[in-house]
Design a protein around this ligand. Structure first.
Ligand code: PHE
Length: 518
């Protein structure tokens, strides 16, 4: 490195680096540097890492074993070792075991250890659950034992087991056998040593420090601008290449981003939002949509029925009668109906809505002639009693829409969908014939995925049948209708293979996933 480089590095030193650098010798430990610099240990560590990134020093970390006091050990530094407390109790005469244990404040375990230890040292005699002190015991009571000395030493400073004297080692081995007095743990020590560049930088910084250290500032303050003090300051240059912690700003969940955006798209196209309860009667979810009462989708394995309240309320009797007729013989809809006896009880059963088309049915039933033409959408949750797998959720969102317009036709339907998908980034849209109980003609809508280069099916659509429209509106008006799964579109957009992963809420994924359509 040239002198210039070194100078530029030293000019850019962070105040923490500036404070630590002068103290680094051939090798210096983190502890030493913390003491000398007067900084906090984390600050020194940070400075050392930055200096290492710049190639000014090398960090070596070593692990070594140290002995520390464990919980009992700490307690004994205050209360004294159990065996000492034991002996003190019986200094003046023989005592019952129970009494000793209580007066010396020992646990059963500690008491038993004491008996063993003290007998071995010939400090006590034991007879009929009583203990008495011996001459040897009185001597022991007078002076500090090796164990006590060692506990005191460890209490003062964490100790390296390698550094113990022979006698200490003996005490150490015996304390190690007892419960919770001492423990060994690994301590990491960090050592820093300057590289050749570091050595030069330290000298250069020292020269700089002497000259105009006071004029190097980190931060421009309003005060400096007010009194023009900045003119005489040198500003620390920032190293914009140095690694910094990643910051994850808060943001909306990507599903909610998508919902907001899709709602915006429909609003921009002049649609109004339909909302309604997630729980509704079969009447609105199925019957009003001319779905036969024995249609397989109504079965338990496809639909969640509600136990309590099991039954809901039907709408006005006129609407109910018209829907009933549409099912039984077609009534005035020009259809023959399904040709069965329509059950009111079946229609009353409460369900978790299986599609948001239920909202379309309720909306057209409420519409007044004077409100036509009208356009509605919804983006809302619905439920299917399905086994959860990589393509199926039992709780999902649907995007729904209707256009009620005396002048509308099937080509308009394609136009609306084309426009919607174009806004979502799909330029090519095609339809294929399909079947839904409530539409005729019915279509399956596919879009061409520009990246995956294949057609994907995203929506169902069609024009509501007279069997749906006439009973609800009272006359035949063209109603364009469509519905599609939101999660399907989201999975396609973000390339999520397993649809369940949309709701895993894995933090890493939530942080890294791109923004919806921006
Ligand atoms: N309700 C249909 C579904 O859940 C979609 C659809 C809505 C089809 C409206 C035609 C008309 O898949």
């Amino acid at each position: 490195m040239t002198e210039e480089d070194i100078k530029s590095i030293t000019d850019n030193l962070h105040p923490l680096e500036r404070k630590v650098l002068p103290h680094i010798g051939k090798t210096s430990s983190l502890k030493e540097l913390t003491e000398k610099s007067g900084l906090k240990q984390v600050e020194v560590m940070r400075a050392l890492q930055w200096l290492e990134n710049k190639g000014l020093l090398e960090l070596h970390s070593k692990k070594k074993t140290i002995i520390e006091l464990d919980s009992n050990g700490k307690e004994y530094t205050e209360k004294g070792l159990p065996e000492k407390r034991f002996l003190r109790c019986i200094r003046d005469g023989w005592l019952q075991f129970d009494e000793i244990q209580e007066r010396a404040g020992l646990s059963r375990e500690e008491f038993n250890v004491c008996i063993g230890v003290l007998k071995r040292k010939a400090a006590i005699e034991v007879k009929e659950k009583k203990a008495g002190i011996t001459g040897q015991g009185l001597k022991i009571l007078e002076k500090k034992s090796l164990e006590e000395q060692l506990i005191e030493k460890i209490h003062k400073t964490k100790t390296d087991p390698e550094s113990l004297e022979d006698e200490e080692r003996f005490a150490y081995e015996s304390l190690k056998k007892r419960k919770g007095i001492i423990k060994e743990s690994a301590e990491k020590t960090v050592q820093a040593s300057l590289t050749e560049e570091g050595e030069r930088a330290r000298k250069s910084a020292a020269r700089g420090n002497r000259k105009k250290d006071k004029d190097v500032v980190d931060r421009l303050t309003p005060g400096m601008i007010r009194d023009s003090a900045w003119k005489n300051k040198r500003f620390r240059k920032y190293d914009i290449t140095s690694p910094v912690p990643r910051i994850h700003g808060g943001k909306r969940h990507f599903v909610n981003q998508a919902i907001r955006d899709i709602k915006r798209v429909w609003l921009d196209m002049g649609f109004s939002e339909m909302t309604g309860p997630m729980l509704d009667t079969s009447f609105w979810n199925f019957d009003a949509l001319f779905t036969a009462q024995d249609h397989p989708v109504r079965e338990l394995q496809d639909t969640f029925y509600i136990k309590n309240p099991e039954m809901g309320k039907l709408p006005d009797s006129k609407t109910v009668k018209r829907v009933k007729r549409a099912h039984e013989d077609g009534g005035d809809t020009g259809s023959k109906g399904w040709g069965y006896k329509w059950s009111e009880e079946e229609a009353k059963r409460n369900v978790l809505r299986t599609h948001t088309t239920v909202l379309s049915a309720k909306t057209i039933a409420r519409l007044k002639r004077s409100e036509l033409p009208a356009k509605f959408f919804s983006v809302a949750k619905c439920f299917r009693n399905e086994a959860l797998d990589w393509t199926h959720l039992f709780e999902l969102h649907q995007i729904e829409g209707i256009v009620v317009d005396p002048d509308a036709n099937f080509r308009h339907l394609l136009g609306y969908l084309r426009e919607f998908f174009r806004k979502l980034g799909y330029d090519k849209v095609r339809v294929r014939p399909a079947y839904f109980p409530y539409t005729e003609p019915s279509a399956e809508v596919e879009v061409f995925h520009p990246v995956k280069k294949r057609w994907i099916e995203l929506a169902g659509a069609g024009m509501f049948r007279p069997e749906v429209v006439k009973p609800l509106i009272g006359e035949e008006v063209p109603v364009l209708a469509w519905g599609m799964g939101l999660e399907r579109s989201i999975a396609e957009y973000f390339n999520i293979d397993d649809i369940r992963n949309i709701y895993n809420n894995d933090l890493k994924m939530l942080r890294e996933i791109k923004i919806w359509r921006d």
